[in-house]
Design a protein around this ligand. Structure first.
Ligand SMILES: NC(=O)c1ccc[n+]([C@@H]2O[C@H](COP(=O)([O-])OP(=O)(O)OC[C@H]3O[C@@H](n4cnc5c(N)ncnc54)[C@H](O)[C@@H]3O)[C@@H](O)[C@H]2O)c1
Length: 269
């Protein structure tokens, strides 16, 4: 049985579907109304032959996470996999123009959520001496993203959390790894638009899409060149993230823990 947060769309939705296709029952949560989540993603899981439980959960709220995990245990009896996929972009601003509340919200949704979901899912994994935890960092977990300090800090924090938790739960046969996607085209265009607005610069969407296709956008967003110009940036779509998650949850990855795995070629370390 797998828990997937932020499953209403994007990587979370793709991972929930992939786990269902691999035969897992899936408990999905999102901040979306449960009827919407269930009709959109729960129905697709059931169509794929899987069992689904949908919950409306704000993953930054302890009582709501506790309830989500409890509901999943009540319905399916155990937890084998926890995929902490949820993440928000946070504000596009410099630190000196940012409200503390904006900083705290990004950290709460991106980082506190992983802590809370692990806190409530781990006792069951420890009880049965088996579990897989998959956290979501980003290419931005390893390098800067201009004007996005809360996001970058949260994603760098996820890597520290992943490594430390991996060290703490290895003795219970539980692995903890992180996936670090590069941005896909839509997210990259969104980031560039937000940055241009913040800088009060003109934004040319077509040029942004061309830059993405030419493998340059991500490097520019990071404020420097980090990819060999000859390397074709393929982006990092939801299916790529789902394939890595499926591998991390499989028996083939039984001895892999504390790792942060990139996709998309944006970063290479
Ligand atoms: N898409 C990319 O290009 C990209 C790149 C690098 C890293 N990532 C990371 O991958 C993960 C998934 O990204 P995505 O682009 O698929 O996200 P997305 O924005 O498409 O989907 C995020 C989902 O989380 C939900 N959500 C937001 N706040 C919530 C909350 N408080 N509680 C519960 N649910 C909430 C949203 O409703 C949405 O359904 C994130 O952690 C993100 O940081 C994505």
């Amino acid at each position: 049985m797998a828990l997937v947060t932020g499953a209403g769309r994007g990587h979370g939705e793709a991972i929930a579907l992939r786990f269902a296709e691999e035969g897992a029952a899936v408990a999905i949560c999102d901040i979306l109304p449960v009827s919407e989540l269930d009709a959109k993603v729960g129905a697709r899981i059931r169509d794929a032959g899987g069992a689904a439980l949908a919950c409306q959960t704000d993953v930054s709220k302890e009582d709501q996470v506790r309830r989500f995990v409890r509901s999943a245990l009540d319905r399916f009896g155990t937890i084998d996999i926890l995929a902490n996929v949820v993440g928000i972009a946070g504000p596009t601003k410099d630190v000196w123009g940012m409200d503390l509340a904006e900083w705290q919200k990004t950290l709460a949704v991106n980082l506190d959520s992983a802590f809370l979901c692990c806190k409530y899912a781990l006792p069951e994994m420890i009880r049965k001496r088996r579990g897989r935890i998959i956290n979501f960092s980003s290419g931005t977990g390893k390098q800067p993203l201009s004007h996005r300090t809360p996001y970058a800090t949260s994603k760098m924090g996820i890597i520290g959390f992943t490594r430390t938790l991996a060290a703490d739960v290895g003795r219970y046969n539980i692995t903890v790894n992180a996936i670090c996607p590069g941005a896909h085209e839509e997210r990259t265009v969104e980031l560039e638009r937000a940055r241009a607005e913040y800088r009060q610069e003109a934004f040319d969407e077509e040029a942004a899409r061309t830059r993405f296709k030419e493998a340059r956008s991500n490097a520019i967003l990071a404020g420097r060149w980090c990819a060999d110009e000859g390397f074709a940036e393929k982006g990092a779509g939801s299916e790529d993230a789902a394939a890595i998650a499926a591998f991390l949850a499989s028996d083939d990855a039984a001895n892999m823990t504390g790792q942060d795995i990139n996709s998309g070629g944006w970063v290479m370390w």
